[in-house]
Ligand binder design. Sequence first.
Ligand SMILES: Nc1ncnc2c1ncn2[C@@H]1O[C@H](COP(=O)(O)OP(=O)(O)OP(=O)(O)O)[C@@H](O)[C@H]1O
Ligand SMILES: [Mg+2]
Length: 311
Amino acid sequence: MALLEVEKLSKSYGSNTAVAEVGFHIDKGETYGLLGPNGAGKSTTISIIAGVLKADSGSVRIDGQEHGVSNAATKGQIGFVPQELALYPDLNAWDNLMFFARLYGLSGAKARSRCGEILEIIDLTDRAKENVSTFSGGMSRRLNIGVGMLNRPRLLILDEPAVGVDAQSRNAILESIQRQAADGVSVLYTTHYMEEAERLCDRVGIIDSGRIQAEGTQRELISQVGEDDTIVLSLGGGKDRAVRALKELSEVREVSVEGSEVRLLLKDARSVIARILEVVTASEAVLRSVEVQEPDLEAVFLHLTGKALRE
Ligand SMILES: Nc1ncnc2c1ncn2[C@@H]1O[C@H](COP(=O)(O)OP(=O)(O)OP(=O)(O)O)[C@@H](O)[C@H]1O
Ligand SMILES: [Mg+2]
């Protein structure tokens, strides 16, 4: 059942169309990624969904309820982590959290207990009393995310939360989001890093020039654009016999040989791999190694838009 339903959202700045008829939905507990390059319309789309920007047209429903800038009931279900940091640098991490907790209507023991939980989730408990101005980029980002989780949102919206942070902080950020998803929170995540989308998202919408160009699971997206998988076999004695037999298989579209390496192009390698190994074994060739290479979202993006994600 969909927690978020977005229909035909459009937004223009003068003659520049930032978002054009964007539509998608996110189920309860699902993590959905908007993947696209700079200027694709990611921030505009999610700022509208978060209720901080007004669309020219289109609709956003949360749990079936019409959601807009002034609907407090639906707004209360959303946690928004904006692309720009929204923190007070002269306050420490604890005071920042307590300040925002009060904005969300938490006070006293409830506020303290929630802020303590958040510090654990974002792994900043032992830095709680340090001023945010002394924090690294990654620590500030984590605190920014913690603020977005304060009100126990059912939908957590994050705008490129792991940009410009070191690998360790990125890992901590992705893990904290995965834990929220495991707890049943729906997540809307924007990024221009396909690795993040692949690791985090159940489904991905590829956005470019304000439009969703394609969406689905990583597997679905790859099969939509018809990119082939590759199986690379390293063969010893009996290679030629094996190659002849492999060429007979209807599932294999192309076979190429380079030294001891045999590369097979085919659809959905995972479902064919057992058959391939059977054929190699029957031909009595010596199999040294086997590797399955699947096309990634970068390849899908390139196929759809004719350009690389990062130029
Ligand atoms: N306040 C604004 N005024 C005028 N144009 C804007 C404004 N905000 C966004 N735009 C334009 O709308 C388009 C989409 O911008 P948006 O910020 O949504 O992209 P994005 O996908 O978030 O990019 P990035 O990865 O750089 O954050 C861009 O062409 C941008 O220049
Ligand atoms: Mg943006």
